[in-house]
Ligand binder design. Structure first.
Ligand code: GTP
Ligand code: MG
Length: 200
């Protein structure tokens, strides 16, 4: 999939304000600091389109990026960051769930997990929740830099074993690193397939 144009269409605190559009969209969700915004920038080949930070909690709104005038990439706040105040945590959780439940044109929600750490209970809960609500999803292991290759593989295998116990069909699982551009073509190819975006 070639990127020709990108526009930030809206940044909202509620699904009710998100674009009412029939174009397909893909969302990037996961724990705070897992690398959602960085991955959007890397996929779209822009350095500072989505705001990135070393500190968790950077993305606080639902950001809709229109790509090639054909589909949306959606950056969202993370979940599970202990340091954020309780009220904010609850608000972001509700914002995320409400958004996911009210986007009929959702092609795939990409659930990002840090390849350097073992699958976390909160991520497994999120996977179950997506399944229960019939939201199409795929998993992306992030930060699979060259130096973390072994541990990333171990966590990939652990997740696969866990999911096989629960799921008749496995979701697609990708491995990416924005540092060495690992996996970008695979994820973009998948997005093109699920959104049926044309390579014009
Ligand atoms: P929130 O918006 O706070 O939920 O975070 P986020 O999931 O959007 O993460 P963000 O993209 O802001 O990145 C968090 C940190 O991870 C930054 O310091 C990035 O530089 C770093 N990071 C992102 N991708 C990679 C990667 O592939 N490898 C490594 N080592 N670090 C990465
Ligand atoms: Mg972010």
């Amino acid at each position: 999939m070639k990127i020709h144009s990108i526009a930030l269409i809206s940044s909202n605190a509620s699904y009710t304000m998100c674009p009412q559009d029939t174009k397909p969209e893909v969302a990037f969700i996961g724990r705070s600091n897992v690398g959602k915004s960085s991955l959007i920038n890397a996929l779209l080949q822009r350095k500072q389109l989505a705001r990135v930070s070393k500190m968790p909690g950077k993305t606080a709104l639902i950001h809709h990026f229109l790509v090639n005038n054909q589909l949306y990439f959606v950056d969202l706040p993370g979940y599970g960051w202990a340091q954020v105040g309780h009220a904010t945590k609850v608000r972001w959780g509700k914002m995320l769930r409400d958004y996911l439940l009210h986007r009929p044109n959702m092609s795939t929600a990409f659930l990002l997990m840090d390849a350097k750490i073992a699958p976390q209970a909160i991520d497994l809960e999120c996977i179950s929740w997506l399944g229960q609500h019939h939201i199409p999803f795929a998993i992306i292991f992030t930060k699979a830099d060259k130096k973390h290759k072994m541990v990333a593989h171990k966590h990939y295998m652990a997740l696969t074993r866990t999911l096989q116990q629960e799921w008749a069909t496995m979701p697609p699982i990708f491995m990416v690193s924005t540092h060495n551009k690992l996996g970008m073509e695979n994820v973009l190819g998948y997005i093109q397939a699920v959104t049926q975006a044309k390579d014009e």
